[in-house]
Design a binder for this molecule. Sequence first.
Ligand SMILES: Nc1ncnc2c1ncn2[C@@H]1O[C@H](COP(=O)(O)OP(=O)(O)OP(=O)(O)O)[C@@H](O)[C@H]1O
Length: 332
Amino acid sequence: MSPVIEISGLRKTFRSLRHGRRIAVDGFDLRVEPGQIHGFLGPNGSGKTTTLRALLGLVRADGGQMSVLGARAPYDLPRVAGRVGAIVESPQFFGNFTAHRTLRLLALAGGVPTSRVDEALDLVGLRERGHERVRGYSLGMRQRLAVASALLKDPELLILDEPANGLDPAGIREMRDLTRSLAATGVTVLISSHILAEIQLICDHVTIISDGRQVAAGRVDDVLAGFDRHEIRVGVAEPDRAAELLRGAGLAVETYPDHLVVGAVADPELIARTLGEQGVWVRELTPLRPDLESAFLELTGAPTDPLLPRQHPGEPVIDLGTPTHPATEVDA
Ligand SMILES: Nc1ncnc2c1ncn2[C@@H]1O[C@H](COP(=O)(O)OP(=O)(O)OP(=O)(O)O)[C@@H](O)[C@H]1O
């Protein structure tokens, strides 16, 4: 099957009077197959937005090849533009207009049947409040309206740049549910984020970018498998004594106040046996699965607070920072 998005060797350098030359994207590759919910993950400033802008023809690339739905980007994009919905730069809406009126105008401008307006509002869960003024909408509702505007065309491909940005946990959950329900209808979704848990919760595939280059790509599970150190969390009443016994059996052990982490264990039974034989009873033996955050940090070296807890799917989102866009700088 041919890919929905294919980028190879993309390069983009910005030049500005104030900061000189800045390489934003440095030979980057990305491949998104039909039906994927594909996470595009990277720290702030790693080149995600620049990549998406180049793909959509909003900024001129210096080199590389790109295609969207089989059309060469950006030159042949007009041929497939009607099949692609994208929110790359946060759309601004007139506060005085209702969502319904906003979408109606966008539909008329884009040559889309206005009957699609109610369908798009339905898809994002705004149908009942579609006749209220946007001014009274929460940030999450505005974000959903933005998605509705991208859905007017009934796209096959949806590109969302940092859709969770600025949203509170409830808004993030709404966006997540929305993305999942859209993907269930067969839309291919490319979603960029620096919020690791979010990508791990929503996406089946991921491409990680660091300093403008691809550092990992594949199924989320496969990317994570490469980081599995086969560690086991061991819950015991006497951690110090248990650690001594396990070290005596040749195992690498880290001690914590109420548990141990034992590394590179091929057979977890060895732990239970070693401790049980000496009368130390194990109350927990849990394999520690790597999470996207540890993989991400190892791959990108993104600075983070060492005191931050490790994150697991379902836990509250750790946001590694808000995007900084140098509004005063100019595209070369
Ligand atoms: N118009 C511009 N002029 C100059 N430099 C730019 C411009 N746009 C982006 N950059 C620089 O290019 C690099 C990549 O920025 P980009 O916005 O693509 O990263 P990002 O991964 O999307 O980050 P974020 O998560 O913060 O949005 C950064 O160093 C950024 O400062």
